[in-house]
Design a binder for this molecule. Structure first.
Ligand code: C2E
Ligand code: MG
Ligand code: MG
Ligand code: MG
Length: 279
């Protein structure tokens, strides 16, 4: 009897592994050709300064597939990275965000707003990454400082020397940098000071608990803000959902905010309506 049980357990394990692999394969198959079928779009999430003025938006990728429906980037980005498909997809994101900045450039209501774009490690490590960004900047004709590239700690630290070289080359073009999900990785102060970063983005996992239970998270947030300010970087908090969180952050010197308190990620038409109401 126990043998039969054991065999069942193995079967169960196998079939769930198989399910994961099948799901992954299914995603990868559907991802191939998704660009050509125009299944991607960008949503934009408002970013505000501490006096309640809009400063820009983060571009967040959305994927709608006929068979799979709407798939979260949390699910499909890892598959896109493993399959290499993130290269053309990431390039499309960059081009689309810069085309949006170019449209905003001729509209006095929106021409000072920046757009933040998430960059995958696979993209950033590509030898041609700097050249690709330069081409997109030239083709779109935008003011480069309106484009902010979001990198993560693990991406940057994975090859710190290559990261610094590429970041400096891009800084020379005028592009801005933000360190996304900050606090979840292992950046030391000495690394951080070597990087030409313009902004630190406090990860939402810290923001979530600051005003309620977690004394540690509150202390970490305080430390991140002090550190960023002393290094001359701007601090933005992501995942801000309540007025209490905003106030806690504001009292400690946080300069910018992003989260459901202000707006969810939304199609550009909706964001523009929202922006027009705010300005
Ligand atoms: P991220 O860059 O840290 O983006 C923030 C995520 O938090 C977004 O999830 C956003 O919708 C969500 N969020 C914003 N405000 C709040 C809030 O107040 N509360 C809560 N609970 N969540 C909030 P989303 O859009 O599902 O994206 C997830 C992740 O997928 C992103 O995290 C980013 O790592 C990745 N991603 C999205 N678009 C792209 C892209 O174009 N390229 C790459 N490489 N990665 C992307
Ligand atoms: Mg981001
Ligand atoms: Mg983030
Ligand atoms: Mg995050």
């Amino acid at each position: 009897q126990s043998k039969a049980k054991g065999r069942n357990a193995i079967c169960f394990f196998d079939s769930s592994m198989q399910e994961i692999l099948e799901k992954r394969g299914q995603l990868e198959t559907a991802l191939r050709g998704a660009l050509e079928r125009k299944e991607f779009l960008l949503h934009y999430q408002l970013q505000m300064d501490s006096s309640g003025r809009p400063i820009g938006a983060e571009a967040l990728l959305r994927w709608n597939n006929a068979k799979l429906g709407s798939v979260s980037p949390v699910q499909f980005i890892p598959v896109a990275e493993e399959s290499g498909l993130i290269l053309p997809i990431g390039h499309w994101v960059l081009e689309t965000a810069c085309a949006q900045l170019a449209r905003w450039q001729s509209d006095p209501r929106f021409n000072r707003l920046c757009i933040a774009v998430n960059v995958s490690a696979i993209q950033f490590r590509e030898a041609a990454f700097v050249a690709k960004v330069r081409n997109v900047l030239q083709q779109s004709g935008i003011q480069p400082w309106l484009l902010k590239l979001e990198l993560t700690e693990s991406l940057v630290l994975d090859d710190i020397n290559d990261s610094i070289l590429k970041m400096e080359a891009l800084k020379n073009l005028g592009v801005k940098f933000s360190m996304d999900d900050f606090g979840t990785g292992y950046s030391s102060l000495s690394y951080l000071s070597r990087l030409p970063l313009d902004q630190l983005k406090i990860d939402q996992s810290f923001v979530r608990d600051i005003t309620t239970t977690d004394q540690h998270d509150a202390a970490i947030v305080q430390t991140i803000i002090s550190m960023a300010l002393s290094l001359g970087m701007e601090v933005i908090a992501e995942g801000v959902e309540t007025e209490e969180q905003r106030e806690f952050l504001d009292l400690r010197g946080c300069q910018a905010y992003q989260g459901y308190l202000y707006a969810k990620p939304m199609p550009i038409e909706e964001l523009e309506i929202k922006l027009a109401q705010l300005t």
